[in-house]
Design a protein around this ligand. Sequence first.
Ligand SMILES: [Zn+2]
Ligand SMILES: [Zn+2]
Length: 874
Amino acid sequence: EGSDNDTFEDDEETSMSSAIPSEVDPLDYVYTNIPDTTHILKLDANCKHCKAKKFVSETDGFCCHNGQIELKQPEPIPELMRLWSSMDADSRHFRENIRFFNGHFAFTTLGVSLDENYTNMKSGVYTFRAHGTIYHNVHSFGPSSRPEHLQLYFYDDDPTITHRKAATKQLDQDVVKKLVDILKENPYSQQFRTLGAHKDNLDDYRIDLNTDKRLDQRRYNRPLSSEVAAIWVEGSDLAKRFDRRITLCGNNNERHSIRVTSGAYDPLSNPLFYPRGELGWHPKLPKRNVPWEAVLHPQLVHDDDEDTEGNSRLCVSVRDYYCYMLQTRPAILNPILYGARLLHQWVVDMYVKIESCRLRWYMKNQTQIRADLYKGVVDAITSGETRASVVGVRIVLPGTYPGGDRNMKKRHMDAMAIVHTYGKPDIFLTMTCNPKWEEITNELLPGQTAQDRPDIVARVFYGKLEAMKYMLFKKQILGVVVAYVYVVEFQKRGLPHAHFLLIMDSTYKLIIPEQYDRLISAELPDKHKYPELYAMVVKHMMHGPCGALNPKNVCMQENECKCRYPWPFNENTTQGKDSYPVYRRRDDGRRAKVRGKMLDNRWVVPYNPYLLWMFNCHINVEVCSSIKAVKYLYKYIYKGHDKASFSIDQPDADGNIDEIKRYVDARWVTPPEAMWRIFGFPLCANYPPVLQLPLHLPNMHRVAFNAQADLKNVVASKNASKSMLTEYFKANQEHPRARHILYKDFPGCFTWQKKKKFWKPQVERFQIGRIVSANPVEGERYYLRVLLNHVKGKTSFDDLLTMDGVLCGSFREAAERLGLIEADNTLDDCLNEAEQWAMPCSLRRLFATILVHCEPGDVRGLWDRHFEPMSDDY
Ligand SMILES: [Zn+2]
Ligand SMILES: [Zn+2]
């Protein structure tokens, strides 16, 4: 947890005391604890290695891994930098049309599917919101009606630039001409222009693009034109000069995609950022102290795969590379940070590149990943997946991959394990980024808005989020928090927000409406008594207007506000019928003009005055009064992943399941999210941490999943015969104390030693245990889980099977002897447990599964007992 942070002032005493001083009006109490100042995210000293600007919230290694990474950045061309940075009319025209200019001068075509609602220049704020994969194609230069992309360069020595003019009619031709001249320094341009002399017999000509150019980018990043491409005539011995190349022909119009691992990917697609053909990331970039020869040595660095990252010990990873390139360094003019919409496109493109490299790694390591699945180390998503015969080939995206379906499921179940241990959350809090925070506006370059700098937006929001955690968990602004979950999300327009669920210590639980009133207001404060707070509520906490005042507001669904505004006036806070509290909203005449309409207390989004004042942004604070509300919130936070995991088990036409492809096809990326992930900021966290406990039958943990696969890889290691479960039995043999503790409670008393694989009889850090899920259809594994949840002190699988001195033949039989299966008890348990975390749609599926596979004795009784949670409509 990163909230231990000594960069905050520790001077004010802030936590809410439980007694209200007698002279304070209880209705006014919530406003009496406003801090003196709002939070300012301070800048730290610049990095002593790479000179990058830093916020105090960022780690030392954030920019360059404490000097391990050192890269030469593109050297600016003065005239181009003027276009990027000045306020001259032609510069502004250049930047306003930057994606058009870049697309015109790019050597490649961009393949991307965009959300047109957010890239339509006519409506609202521009956001480059991309879907699925992104690729860059380079085309051969055979006969065509009009030249495009790299072909246009053939004619650039002609001062009339006729072809470019024809393709850029809506652009300022002086700027086009300037760019033609600027790009004459570009090595690709230099090569391609030589073809201009042969434009009448291009049929015979070929271009070899070098897709494997490597430079020691610590010192030098400007390739010579002879290094990036070669022009030759069919049949001549100039062919095949480069080890890896794309050959383009004058007699066809084939297209080829550029690999993400090619250093040429960036300069070919973004020549205005890399005007001299400077290379982008490639897998053989040495770290600062690694000799250049070392990374070229084929035995040290695997040379056999063009698609994966290099050796991480010696080489700069793709994420680290782009994180380095996105830093602000006062002495360096970095054109990328002036790119505005082109920066949007570039950062989404680079993030997709980073994911491609990672996903490629998962593709190559499926043996190990699938083994984990079959070993019961991870949650099964559905009942089918542990039966290898059911599907053809299954490509698994493991739960460790952030944002994947299995990851969502794991996070959701971890969150529910916390609720299981501590009870339901008390407070739901949402914090939304304010693009007008002065920490953001201070960092903008002349003429920029926050929209142009998703890098700064992401970094400042991260800093504010850390400060919020400090206020909630260390300063205890809302009381003592014993457990929490939070997730960071990105709106469709890209602004980040964070959702927190807080579980309070017993003395700070919110039980009665009077307690809600001490923390939460849903009214405009007195304008004269609290003028600044009043202004902030008007600025950040007024909903809409929507409904009759503005029927087209985004919150409107079927003529109703989905957030139920305007709420009715209400004299006193009450519990509310459907378990949501109804906050006090008095008809006291207070009102404010918001977005053109007069709004009163019916429109105020519930807030905590202290936090609103402290952070100067939209912070919605609400009481969670029932487990139903919590389930709804979890669904909201984890995006109803149940549905996704249902579809994940549907094979394609060939009977195969490819979770990686499904992830990629369903993915949306916006610029601030791409920044967030390139910077390595976390998307979620929970406290206390949850340890997943594997559940496997005897020996199953070392059996690989399918006979023809590489058994030797899985069984080879000496420790392969040990798992948390086998070592739990062993701990029961060795420590009498352990025999009073259930397997699932073990992490609260013992600590799992990952490397040496044993349970150390001490708590190093507190964790909650959670046995991975099992479905009744799985039979023995399911009954093993039932036993482990009820029986303590067993020293082996056989011991667990022994009841009253008799060795049972199966875990089911043992569970029966213990009376755990009588009268469908375990089926009730199974449904009860699922009701804690599963959404109604998956409960209904589970119920159907039980009917088909488990032959319950009393179907009617089971139905009646679980009807309500199954019939919930959310
Ligand atoms: Zn640095
Ligand atoms: Zn509304």
